[in-house]
Design a protein. Structure first.
Length: 189
């Protein structure tokens, strides 16, 4: 029975994630600047999930590392908590797209004190969780080889849009707050 534990955990993480994506939120609509990266993120997440399960079943033959499983569960929990905190901080300005609204407010509270893009960091953690849970070491290569280039494409669209909307305020925020990896404690404004 314990040999199926990673499959159960993966199923739970996947169901929670899909429920989160499909959840209706009270948001303010704006002009969507592009759709490609969202589709890439969804495709990469699906490939990572299915591929991790396939590697677990076909290559690993239902064997896994308990330490990796625990690390994967921790990554999934931190990923969800961080993303939910970012969504709560953004409130009505949350979007799955690069979407700047006319009356968009600049948010620097919650996880945005530590990272300019906490949701993207949470996505990295979530993808890593699938590979770790299944001890799918080959699938973890998707993160640097496929996901990070798609993320760079997204950031090259989003960062200039934020600079255009918020100007020097956002430029100062860029200097003070890391983009993607929380490597320093927030400094005073």
């Amino acid at each position: 029975m314990l040999s199926y534990l990673p499959l159960l955990v993966i199923a739970i993480v996947y169901v929670v994630r899909i429920a989160e994506v499909n959840r209706k939120r009270a948001t303010v609509a704006g002009k969507v600047q592009e759709n490609l990266t969202l589709r890439l993120f969804l495709l990469i997440g699906t490939v990572m999930t299915v591929g991790s399960v396939a590697e677990f079943v076909i290559i690993n033959r239902f064997t896994y590392s308990y330490a990796a499983l625990a690390a994967g569960i921790l990554c999934a929990i931190v990923s969800f908590k961080l993303r939910w905190a970012a969504i709560a901080a953004l409130g009505k300005f949350w979007s799955l797209h690069v979407e700047i609204r006319e009356n968009h407010e600049f948010v620097q509270s919650g996880p945005f004190r530590f990272l300019r893009h906490p949701t993207y960091f949470s996505m990295i953690l979530e993808l890593a969780s699938f590979g770790l849970i299944c001890s799918a070491w080959w699938m973890l290569l998707i993160i640097p080889i496929v996901f990070l280039p798609a993320l760079v494409l997204r950031l090259r669209l989003e960062e200039p849009a934020l600079v255009e909307k918020f100007g020097d305020t956002y430029r100062e925020y860029q200097r003070r707050v890391p983009m993607l990896i929380p490597y320093k404690w927030p400094s005073a404004k």
